[in-house]
Design a protein around this ligand. Sequence first.
Ligand code: ZN
Length: 149
Amino acid sequence: MYKILDDKHPFLRVKTKLVKFITDDIRDICKNMQETMLEAEGLGLAANQVGIDACIIVLELDNFKGAMINPRILKKSDKIYHLEEGCLSIPGINVDTNNRAKDIKVEFTDTEGVVKKLKFKGLDAVVIQHEIDHLLGILMTDYLEENND
Ligand code: ZN
């Protein structure tokens, strides 16, 4: 099990490295991240939230459970989905970023090395956008600061 870092930790601002090879080490990281997420009762977790510089997220959604390696968003709807989202690195705060697409199409590699393209909507789409933001060093609270400028 990993320790979840809070938003003051510099690792939350790291743009994570792409995973080149899906090895047993990578599969172990995915498994440990998943256990950490479930223990914390989160819907998603990004590798840099537990101090690992790798482009990996794990998810516990209605329509997807498991790891996405090197995930990226291929398509976003213009329609915004409003939701007060939370973050395991920022406990006790919920934020509507006003910025989450309602429908997305994501490409990622699974733990067997197979590249997949899947569509998500609503809550699932928001969680995936939140976690992919983490991999880019972006936090949900950043959107609030932007709005206040
Ligand atoms: Zn988060």
